[in-house]
Ligand binder design. Sequence first.
Ligand code: SF4
Length: 498
Amino acid sequence: MNITASKLYDYMQCPHKVWRDKYGPQDEKIKETNPFVQLLWDRGVFYEKEVISKIGDFLDLSKGSLEDRFKKTIEAMKNDSPLIYQGVLMTDNLVGIPDLLKRMPDGFYVPIDIKSGMGREGVDEESGSEGKLKKHYAVQLALYIDALNRLDFENQKIGTILDIHGNNVEYNLNESLGVRDSTTFWELYEKILNNVELLVRNKAENKPAMASSCKLCPWYDSCKKWVEESDDLTGLFYLGRSKRDILNEDAHVYKIQDILTIDIENMMEEKKKNKEMFKGIAQKTIEKIVARAKVLKEDKKPIIYDKIEFPKVSYELFFDIEDDPTQEFIYLHGVYERSDSGEKFLDFTAKEVTPEAEKKAWHNFWQYIRSLPKDDFAVYYFAPHEKSTYKRMQKRYPDIISEDEVISFFEHDNVIDLYTNIILKHTDWPVSSYSLKSLATYLGFKWRDETPSGALSIQWFNEYIKTGDESILKRILEYNEDDCKATMVLKDGIEKLN
Ligand code: SF4
């Protein structure tokens, strides 16, 4: 079976997916493409077209059968064609379609991929950090380079990413992954290629594992069912694939129920004697895992480890933003306000994808915050996303609010990240995920929308922008309002646990 760049990408997202795609129960796979995944795909295609329309002369090999395109690609490279679009590289079991193949002065070819994302990760202008090469870009380029090498059209291990800002980012695959890891990107590629080959030939098999990447995956229902039926350890909150595999191999613990029988003292003794055992699982981690398993399997009710005092104030705000990370655009700041005069929802919405509209919504939000009685209001939100997004927004629109004001807003004792500061540190719940949806649903809250999700909201927003259909905007606002209300239900629920 052929190995493509997208198979390698899939493996990096989830090592199980490659196997399940070929050998999993096909009738359990969701057939429709997730609308958010489609949106990302369309955006990538659109960006690629935009770049290509400005790139000048090239040989277009994007049409026809794979075999035909492969023959033409080889012919074109033999004839020193300077730039080839969507050429096909086929050799052994590798099939690669780099966006561009560029002839270098020495006659060899370099693959170029056009990406609607940044060419590097962790770029920080403030600290001057140039960031690192992205592993998944590197591995995809490596497949093209490997094919070119095998076909004798490339003698180095270098590719290029043409990124969202028009930068040509060189990917030298002889570079190591980082200062602490001397593995090169090429070695990483070879390892992944080998694993993928084994999986597609059914010479190796691995297990599903519930993780954040599952949400957009067509196998979500199928893998969730498997995890539940087998009582797999990844059904326990925060116990991911790597810890699951270690507990399977080193402790022969395969079910959440069996976690309750773990002798922590004994385990730590074994770890002391043999450093290879229980790697990455410290005493505190295993204590937490055992405590969570107990709440899930025995207590079957939430538990609070310390008394939590929430601020006594006149106004409580439950706050949630909606943003489209694919175009770094914040389109909605939602607040559900509770005070002596009742409850109401306020939205600060950008109804166009323009900096002016985004800035106006952000300005109006801060005007509202400034209108509240100083130190007599509390703000509740769920997870650090709001805080990190607002820090970035401040840099984009520094005339709306100063950096100090944003920092002191989030550092105020009355501004509380319920997930990071309360849920994670002081509570445990008899559910497998501690997402807002899962916890508020456990407490009896119901979203008006049947399939609420942030990813869908982004898709709706893009549809609203395209069509101007007010019923779509209503759906976005209702979803955001319900998220804010769910945050309120959660805060109240935590208070009752005291
Ligand atoms: S649902 Fe999760 S575990 Fe299953 S294939 Fe998809 S990403 Fe992998």
